[in-house]
Design a protein around this ligand. Structure first.
Ligand code: TXA
Ligand code: MG
Length: 320
């Protein structure tokens, strides 16, 4: 069921049920983070391997002290600047957070979503919410209640509808590695924005499973059901001219096939807002394959390119 009843969502969560919730990035599949059985159910619903840990959502960064042993001052400064917002912090967990949430890791991922309904919900319950993105494992993340309904609608009792997600791409994950501030996943807060607050360069993990501390960055991820090829659209169209093409271009319109444009103005915020939603639309369209192109590798463009690369990895072909 889809609805806007925050109180009802809170009641279900208090019973250990799973509820899809809106955030500014993507919809989350939320449950009581302190209830191990409830968390196990989320892994099951998503068909997610238990080695891939979940983010814990709070309504106030001040509450991170309830679940983390310590918090570096630099993270407090980042939270001050960007929380609530699309940034997730890896912090040494205390004993309150069950290991199933962190997949056995000693650190817990914590974020404050910047969405009025999510915040209202979090304020109304006495426990934090563990919430991965509300998509079956390996699929495109949902940026609307309808996206969630399409794939998980029959598996969960309630989808809290907070409209379309304003950012449209997942949160940036920052932690420490070898005593260095490290971005483990590029997302809604750009690396440049982080460096501006920290006043130093951060390390950015480009990576796949093998190199990453957290396995969530599996190479093939965020993938549409249809094959997607990323590179020079005209060349790709020539190579695939026998097929019905769906094109997701950055700002230019191409004549071949069904073309969705991420941002005519070339604005990267607008492009990330549209990215996953366009992938969903392409999956539903008559196109046989999807062609796309990389956007400028700066600001949010780095997160967009990261998602395109991972989506294309499933097609076994990446034209970088
Ligand atoms: O924007 C977001 O972060 C969304 C919304 C719903 O908040 N959530 C989200 O969750 O993207 P999910 O589960 O799809 O991705 C979370 C990522 C995974 O790649 C996971 O590996 C990483 O966070 N992660 C979670 N806990 C971690 C930990 N303790 N250490 C390292 N990585 C962690
Ligand atoms: Mg996800």
């Amino acid at each position: 069921m889809i609805g806007k009843n925050v109180e009802f969502a809170a009641e279900l969560l208090a019973l250990g049920k799973t509820v899809a919730i809106p955030t500014e990035t993507v919809y989350g599949l939320a449950t009581n983070a302190l209830d191990e059985e409830a968390v196990a159910e989320v892994f099951k619903i998503k068909n997610r391997p238990t080695f891939d840990p979940l983010i814990v959502h709070l309504d106030d960064f001040g509450k991170a002290e309830l679940y983390a042993k310590s918090i570096p001052d630099e993270f407090k400064a980042l939270a001050e600047a960007y929380s609530p917002g699309p940034i997730t912090f890896l912090l040494p967990k205390n004993e309150i957070i069950p290991y199933i949430v962190t997949s056995g890791l000693k650190e817990v991922a914590i974020r404050i979503p910047n969405h009025p309904m999510a915040l209202e919900l979090l304020q109304s319950i006495p426990f934090p919410l563990a919430a991965p993105s509300a998509n079956p494992f390996g699929f495109i993340s949902p940026t609307s209640a309808e996206h969630v309904y399409k794939t998980l609608g029959r598996k969960i009792p309630y989808i809290l509808d907070g409209g379309t997600c304003s950012v449209g791409i997942e949160s940036t994950i920052i932690g420490m590695e070898n005593n260095q501030f490290t971005v483990f996943r590029k997302g809604g807060i750009s690396v440049e924005q982080i460096e501006r607050v920290l006043n130093e360069k951060v390390h950015v993990k480009e990576g796949s499973t093998k190199t990453l501390k957290a396995p969530g960055m599996l190479e093939s991820h965020y993938a549409p059901k249809k094959p997607i090829f990323v590179g020079n659209i005209e060349e790709l169209a020539e190579q695939h001219k026998k097929e019905r093409l769906g094109i997701i271009s950055f700002k230019k319109e191409y004549i071949q096939g069904f073309n969705l444009i991420l941002s005519k103005k070339g604005n990267l915020e607008e492009a990330s807002y549209h990215l996953f939603s366009y992938m969903h639309q392409m999956d539903e369209s008559g196109a046989d394959i999807i062609l796309s192109e990389y956007v400028p590798e700066e600001g949010l463009g780095r997160a967009i390119n990261d998602r395109l690369r991972r989506a294309a990895a499933k097609s076994g072909y990446v034209n970088t």
